[in-house]
Design a protein around this ligand. Structure first.
Ligand SMILES: *Cc1c(COP(=O)(O)O)cnc(C)c1O
Length: 239
């Protein structure tokens, strides 16, 4: 925010047509829509004729190329890498299936997404269960099915311990951490804070519980961070 005295005013969302030559809060639109004849080498008119409009088109070839390139980038430096497809990004079944064929696990953040991954044939032990909102019902299922639970907060840790106790199991858990890398605005809304000692408290709780086992650490420092040094620092801090 540029002017700190100006408190932001909430305004309800609205849809405003954006016409050529007119100025609105987004600035002046200067060009026509870029209409192409082809998408991924296929004629758009033919597609519209066959499937109707509006139509979303995805290239299976491009997805496969991209995920292979992504994995190679990590594997060149460290071979023990697993790629998880974030269902929230796009949970179209065909797209998820392509990624699972490429060996990607499912990364889910809700009961709906967990069930969806199972319906698509992903076994529990290839599902990473993230996010701040896991119901007790889905936790029971996920723990029984051996899913990788990434714990977001203390209440959730309590629920997982209760479910594991009920089921007479030891639940392996990963803690989601948040901390300051010094390069970006720290994110405090998800996970256990490192600097305040909250993450240490959670780790201690797990160590003392007969029904929990700490098997990993997770962190996501924020959305759209393009500063590589931030990720280097993230990894250093987690180690
Ligand atoms: C969506 C989401 C984020 C942010 O993900 P980006 O892809 O970086 O926008 C982070 N944590 C959780 C639990 C989320 O569901």
């Amino acid at each position: 925010m540029k002017d700190l005295n100006l408190s932001p005013v909430w305004e309800p969302p609205f849809i405003q047509p954006h016409r050529i030559g007119e100025i609105n809060k987004f600035g002046k639109r200067t060009h026509q829509d870029n209409i192409t004849d082809q998408v991924f080498g296929v004629n758009v008119n033919d597609l519209v004729e066959k499937y109707g409009s509006p139509l979303y088109v995805t290239s299976e070839k491009k997805i496969r190329e991209n995920v292979r390139r992504l994995k190679r980038a990590f594997e060149r430096r460290y071979s023990l890498v697993t790629h998880g497809w974030s269902y929230k990004t796009n949970y179209t079944s065909a797209i998820c299936n392509i990624l699972h064929q490429e060996g990607s696990w499912a990364e889910v953040v809700s009961e709906f997404e967990y069930e969806k991954a199972r319906l698509l044939g992903v076994p529990g032990d290839r599902i990473i269960f993230n996010g701040p909102n896991k119901s007790k019902r889905i936790l029971q299922k996920a723990i029984r099915e051996g899913a990788h639970l990434h714990v977001d907060h203390l209440d959730e840790l309590h629920n997982i311990e209760a479910v594991a106790t009920e089921l007479s199991l030891i639940a392996p858990v990963t803690l989601r951490l948040n901390f300051d890398t010094g390069f970006t605005e720290p994110w405090g809304k998800f996970g256990f804070n490192l600097e305040s000692g909250q993450a240490y408290l959670a780790a201690k709780w797990i160590a003392l519980s007969p029904h929990l086992k700490l098997v990993g650490l997770h962190s996501h420092i924020g959305t759209f961070i393009l500063e590589p040094r931030a990720y280097a620092e993230q990894v250093r801090i987690m180690c």
